[in-house]
Design a protein around this ligand. Sequence first.
Ligand code: MTE
Length: 320
Amino acid sequence: MLIQRASDIPSSEITPERLYSNRREFIKTASSALGTAAVISILPGCMNSSASGTAQNKARGPYDTDEKQTPYEDIISYNNYYEFGIDKSDPIKYSKNFKTKPWTVSVEGMVKKPATYALEDLTKGFAMEDRVYRMRCVEAWSMVIPWMGFPLAELVKRLEPTPSAKYVEFKTILDPSQMPGQKPSIFGGGLHWPYTEGLRLDEAMNPLAFIAMGIYGKSLPNQDGAPLRLVTPWKYGFKGVKAIVKIRFTDKQPLTAWMEASPQEYGFYANVNPQVDHPRWSQASERRIGEFYKRRTLMFNGYAEQVAQLYSGLDLRKNF
Ligand code: MTE
């Protein structure tokens, strides 16, 4: 993002993965990633969720788009994950041996249940849901991704922020021994580590805000943010912090990694907005991965009905 790139959207000739949610595969990989206890807690959710049956034919939830889903092969091979390099093809190559088990998440700040949680305890009992979301990157490309996970609001409610908490901050793991981009070099694209993102608490409670642990019914590949990452489909993709190890509740707006690196280019809100250009390129249109022609970018990425009220009274030109 900091590094200027030519338009580098690959034309996808890849045959889409059979569009079904492979629940058995998810359970198998999840049990190795999370341990049996976690999978037992996931299982009832999988059974209740719309994960069974074909993703194309299933009854869609109120938040799902029915647009053509981006092929699995594209979702896992065209990534932004600067800890593993600045090129879109780096994360799939360099994250292969990234260790996601055991995994802990430390919960800190203005919250009634601060602790370091094993991932399986943090997510225990949450039903795994499918959410097919349009995703728009600040670099003006987009995808449609069938995520699997749970609403962020469920997690926030479980952790019980205190009344003074106004924001929630997320941090990615800091481990240069596994993440070459975190070593002092230009490999990491000029970011300060660990990668940090944040939401206002009311944004975090919006039903669209989601913690993903899978795609296409399989556990999340390392390059897509395993074992858990944030998904906020009305915001530019950089909000979607990967491999989360820290969640902190605070009354101050968190300093996000991209704001710290380049505040004139990247704001805290990061709402998809075709009317506010990035200083170096337009945000009016986008290229959907796999398509040739550009399409018009929609306000809040097409989710205005669900989220516009969060920003009433806010000048979106200043608060980009
Ligand atoms: N999270 C971490 N830890 N490091 C990153 O470099 N890149 C962000 C976001 N989350 C990034 C990250 C950006 S710029 C985008 S567009 C999305 O991840 C891309 O998610 P995807 O690779 O799963 O499509």
